[in-house]
Design a binder for this molecule. Sequence first.
Ligand code: 2IT
Length: 445
Amino acid sequence: MYQLDSFISYLERKNPAEPEFIEAAKEVLSSVIDVVNDNPYYLKNRVLERITEPDRVVSFKVEWENDEGEINVNRGWRVQFNNALGPYKGGLRFHSSVTEGSLKFLAFEQIFKNSLTGLPMGGGKGGSDFSPKGKSDDEIRRFTKAFMRELYKYIGPDMDVPAGDIGVGSREIGYLFGEYKRLTGRHEGVLTGKGIGYGGSETRAEATGYGALYFAREMLSDMGVSISGKRIALSGFGNVAWGAAMKATEMGAKVVTLSGPDGYVLDEDGVSTKEKWAYMLSLRSSNQDVVEPYAHKFGAKFFPGKKPWCEKVDLALPCAIQNELLLEDAKMLKENGVKAVVEVSNMGCSNEASDYLIRNHIPFAPGKAANAGGVAVSGLEMSQNAGHIFWSGREVDDRLCVIMKNIHASCLKEGMDADGYINYRKGANIAGFKKVADAMCALGY
Ligand code: 2IT
């Protein structure tokens, strides 16, 4: 029998100075520990020890030259956490906050997220502590290609298929794919999020945001409420926030905030026009990592150094980075009558914040369920690449919508509390975990 506290202490001893990994593990384990203790097969197979240990972590040096001709050194990693369900799959993050521990947390989350999609994908994640902020396009290209010169040794269409994440968008995927092709001579589905003209899938760019809104719509309908007319606070201003703002607008809701490391924008007219969405993309590709110019351009208000969670809204959608919505933010949202919190970034809410929301019976969707649309369409891109075919945007979007509804149904099946409260976090963790644990047991050690 496992005991939660002693198992967490064991993980802390094995993974010192990796607080985000411990936090993510604690969240999953607190949901699944009873399931494991009730299942002699899982106990005999030591699934908890095995599922919390990555298959391997590759760390490598990345040397690149800046515009002044100086040599720079960064560190790159690929965490190949678990491939029980399929090839390792997960994004690459280029951000100053990246450490081995943060990538382990992201790869761990990715295992269960990918399992929830129902597609055959294992869990992985990679990236670098390289910060694109303030870099020129040439510097980004040189760094990205140098990164692939190491990474290509460890990946392959049936082994490990990276994609984008924070700091890695279609521009970087293009450079990465170009370098992989130059090194190997193979045009194959080794990366997802590729440009549509050279093997990418329709709707991949929009998929994370779209999927999160499909999930949010299902959650609200569990409460008998329509998403139309709802007021939404978003954080972030990148690819995920962009997709979410477009789909929310299409559903008749109004997104009133965006945010960046510099503060948040309040746009009472709504982030709801093609011009505003295109501007979000241009802000992102400018590599400045600030959102304030949006406020100047569109006559919106800007609150420096603040987060959008103090606004009175029906829905809060963290779309930026981990631990961006903390306990005091959750309290403020509740005070202001929030109806649901949908985590679109990975672990956007601290455990304390999501515990508080759940204790207070505010519907809370964890990232591994709500943001799975991105990797789901990556899985569809892999299918198209493997079959040498191309699906229309309509076809991909229809499949995405079905996948998000299925994930929602899995959360209901495993997450319904005795008093009728739907604990989506518990439901997602149990449903995602069981499938991986069953496969691990079936495959043997
Ligand atoms: O966090 C995520 O799910 C992603 N960054 C997308 C991963 C992918 O392989 O598309």
